[in-house]
Structures are given as structure tokens and as C-alpha cells.
Design a protein around this ligand. Structure first.
Ligand code: PLP
Length: 454
């Protein structure tokens, strides 16, 4: 990338354009999809292509194309920045009918993807205030979605708390689960001016689903300190429903300070760049005001294609009956295949309990060379994965004495591996991953830690 000094950029320009983990990830993804058909793409956030779901979109798109007036109007006019009023109404009604949550269209804003929605929210609620305070975004259980890491227009916007590493089954040390360390959260909120608490649920990268109890406690924290509680639901319920626990699909967490973010991407529509925020009207107004400045309006096609399905509720039924079982099966297969490949290659690794999303979060405790080196080796073998380091941001404030050494060393020993690609690609990719790790551990003389069983 051109040296920014040559361009004489602003701080804003430099901070957003100097390069980031998410830029590398999206470039890798684009390259693999467009030019490198031989690559095994287990890295990006593309959803699986589920034939029944794609058929649903094609049907809906056909009806939209056939309705000449609606089609012409959609393409030839801008929506209001908040979104198409009829879509906002349909979405709000779906919420009230299905979840007994009393909201209306004033609580909904469409955004050009949940990514842009998060950018608006984080910079509304974090950063320098007019009276000189620096409001922070608190990540209560690091690691968290790499896509947030460089969103702050202000530097150092995030304060993260290392997640507690727990073992749900005391007899199985190969499956771990992250939990919120509430003592640490307490210490951070006592020290910092927190504007919002932010989680993705299910969490990208780990597939963790924070418990209801954790959500309630985080909402209580937010209410107590006058902050907002943002739940990014890109993989959650009621849509797309990429979850393990069926009870999660039909329940929504909603509190006085909650902001919910949804996306159409993971139900097969990432190309339509449509996200939806549900929040109190004062937040919705501000987000819509930003939309007007940065983009005038949102892409209307996603709203048009999905609106009839929100009106009828069909979208939720399809997520429950098609998307949910599809990924549940793929998840079980992926865990089995990866464990088998690791066992055959003689590599010891731990997997985060896969409770949602379509990633496996793998921890290789014997990896001394670092996950970025492993990522490079895998790229040479034409397998794309995501090295874990980039997901651990906002932790500089944690002193050495407060940092759990196991968590600390794990930061460079993680890989995020997607299982949304077709089965044959996933299977082949997993075998190459296990063999490449085995070779790397051998070459770095770490093989003392290798064992025959995972
Ligand atoms: N939030 C999370 C947790 C994600 O993983 C992603 C994409 O991978 C997004 C938001 C972005 O979603 P969208 O495509 O709607 O911008």
C-alpha cells in the first residue's frame, strides 16, 4: 500500500485506510472466489449455498421482477435513509407477533450491511465527546469479531476483557468454552467511561453462544453505567438461525439498553448488503442520519426481495426448518472430520464448543511458530483459513499480573476454520490443515507435545 505520508492523509483517512485484518480477509476471500478457483476457501464469512434457500430467493426475486411498477420504482428511486417504510413495518410487526416485543417502525433502521451498522453504532457510542471524555467500547469476552477491530475513527476505542477458558465436560479437555469474566468487566467499567458493551452472538470466531445469564448480567451492567448493550446477531435467531440449541432460535434478548443487529448475509444474501438494527428510536434516528450522510440511502433490493417473507413469517419458518438443520448437520460432520484428521496426523488440538455460526475455533497448544506462520504455510498449500491473532484486540490495558498466562499464550495458537464450503472442499482442507500442522510442529521441534489421540 502507498505510504500514507506521500498522500498527506488525515488521521481519519490514515486510520481507516492503512490496512487491517478485515481488509486482508476480504481480499483473500475475493481472490479465492474470483481468481483462485484451486484454493480451498475455509477462511471467509461466506454462507453455504443451500439449494432450498436459494430457490426461495429466486422465487421472490422473480415475483419482484414480474411486478413492473414495484420493480421500476425500486430501481429508480432512493428509499428514505431509515429504510423502506413498508419493510420497516413488516419487520416490526414480525417482531411483535412472534416475540411479544412491543416495537414499531421507529425502532428499526436498515443499514448497508450489519458491518456498516456496527461502524455507525461504535462511532456514535465510542470515541471523544464534546466535553473531552473518551468513551470506550467494551468487549466483555475477547476474542471477538475481527471486523470490529479497526472500526474506531478514534484510536484505542476498544477495551476488551480476556474470556475465561472453561471446560464444559470435565472429562474432555479437548473441548473448551469461553465465559465472561465478570470480575474483569467490573474492574474495567470502574476505570473506563464505557459507551457500549459489544458482543457477537453466536460469536465470530469461536462459535460461542453467551448464556442467557451472561446476557442478563451484561444488560444490567449497561443499565447501571448508562451504556448500551449491542448484540450482533449475524448468525443468531430468529434468522438465519445458525445455532446448535433450537430454543435459541425462537427467543430474542431485549432490554432497556439493548441494540440488536441483524443481517441478511448469512441466509445467502451477502451480495445484497442489507443489515437491520433494532433499537430505541433515539439510536435509530442517529443511525439514519449517518446513513443520509455516508450513503444517502440503502440498497433497496434486499428489502424488496425479503419483505413478503417477513410479512408472511415464511423467512423464520425457512430458517427453522431448512437453515438450522442444515448447519447443525454440517457442524457435527465438521467437528468429526476435523478431529479425525488431527488424530490421523497425530496433532493435539482443542476445539471451542461449537454452539453456532459456521466456524471451528481450533487451539493448538503446541504451536510455537504462531498462527500467522501456520496461515502462510496453509496458503502455500492452497488452503485459506484465518489466523487467530487478529481477534484479540483491545487487550493492551490488561496488566501482566491480571492476564491469565494460558489465555495469553493461546492468542497466537488459534485458527478460525469455516465449514460452510461444500463438503468435499471442507474434508480435503481439514486433511491438509492437520498434515501441515503436524509438519510445522515437527519442523519447530515441538513434536514432544504431539500425541496419538485428541
Ligand atoms: N457481524 C458479524 C459477527 C459477522 O461475522 C459479519 C460478517 O461476517 C458481519 C457482522 C457483517 O455482516 P454484513 O454482511 O451484514 O455486513
Amino acid at each position: 500500500m502507498t505510504d500514507f505520508f506521500d498522500l498527506d492523509l488525515s488521521i481519519f483517512g490514515e486510520s481507516l485506510s492503512r490496512g487491517s485484518g478485515i481488509l486482508d480477509l476480504m481480499n483473500d476471500l475475493g481472490e479465492a472466489v474470483s481468481f483462485r478457483r484451486d484454493m480451498l476457501m475455509l477462511g471467509g464469512g461466506n454462507p453455504a449455498i443451500i439449494p432450498e434457500i436459494q430457490a426461495l430467493w429466486r422465487e421472490s426475486a422473480k415475483a419482484f421482477l414480474a411486478d413492473q411498477t414495484a420493480f421500476d420504482k425500486s430501481l429508480a428511486s432512493y428509499d428514505p435513509p431509515q429504510g423502506d417504510p413498508s419493510f420497516l413495518n413488516a419487520f416490526a410487526k414480525m417482531f411483535c407477533d412472534r416475540f411479544d416485543i412491543s416495537i414499531n417502525s421507529n425502532n428499526i433502521a436498515v443499514v448497508s450491511g450489519a458491518q456498516l451498522g456496527a461502524f455507525c453504532l461504535l462511532n456514535l457510542l465510542g470515541g471523544k465527546t464534546s466535553d473531552g471524555r473518551r468513551k470506550k467500547i467494551l468487549i466483555p469476552a475477547s476474542p471477538e469479531y475481527v471486523g470490529y477491530a479497526d472500526m474506531g475513527v478514534e484510536p484505542d476505542m476498544f477495551v476488551a476483557c480476556p474470556a475465561k477458558i472453561t471446560y464444559p465436560d470435565p472429562n474432555d479437555s479437548s473441548t473448551f468454552k469461553y465465559a465472561v469474566d465478570f470480575d474483569m468487566v467490573e474492574q474495567v467499567v470502574a476505570k473506563e467511561d464505557v459507551g457500549a458493551i459489544l458482543i457477537s452472538r453466536p460469536t465470530n470466531p469461536s462459535g460461542n453462544v453467551l448464556t442467557r445469564d451472561e446476557l442478563t448480567r451484561l444488560e444490567e451492567f449497561a443499565e447501571r453505567i448508562g451504556a448500551w448493550f449491542i448484540i450482533d446477531n449475524a448468525y443468531g435467531g430468529p434468522f438465519p438461525g445458525i445455532l446448535e440449541d433450537p430454543a435459541e432460535i425462537d427467543s430474542i434478548f431485549w432490554g432497556k439498553k439493548t441494540i440488536l443487529s441483524f443481517s441478511l448475509s448469512k441466509i445467502g444474501l451477502p451480495g445484497l448488503r442489507t443489515g437491520i438494527l433494532v433499537a430505541p428510536p433515539e439510536i435509530i434516528e442517529r443511525v439514519s442520519a449517518i446513513t443520509a450522510i455516508v450513503g444517502l440511502a440503502n440498497n433497496s433490493i434486499g428489502q424488496r426481495i425479503t419483505k413478503p417473507l417477513f410479512e408472511s413469517g415464511e423467512i423464520l419458518d425457512a430458517c427453522r426448518s431448512i437453515v438450522y438443520p442444515y448447519y447443525r448437520k454440517r457442524r457435527a460432520e465438521a467437528v468429526r472430520l476435523l478431529r479425525d484428521s488431527l488424530r490421523r496426523a497425530g496433532v493435539e488440538a482443542k476445539l471451542h464448543k461449537s454452539e453456532g455460526a459456521f466456524f471451528l475455533w481450533m487451539w493448538i497448544p503446541a504451536l510455537k511458530a504462531g498462527s500467522t506462520t501456520l496461515y502462510q504455510k496453509l496458503k502455500e498449500q492452497r488452503v485459506f483459513v484465518i489466523p487467530g491473532d487478529n481477534f484479540f484486540y483491545g487487550l493492551d490495558h490488561v496488566s501482566e499480573s491480571k492476564m491469565d498466562p494460558t489465555f495469553d499464550s493461546s492468542r497466537s495458537q488459534m485458527l478460525r476454520i469455516s465449514f460452510s464450503a461444500p463438503e468435499d472442499i471442507v474434508d480435503k482442507g481439514f486433511r491438509i490443515i492437520a498434515e501441515t500442522i503436524a509438519k510445522l510442529l515437527d519442523s519447530t521441534k515441538d513434536n514432544i507435545n504431539k500425541i496419538g489421540n485428541v
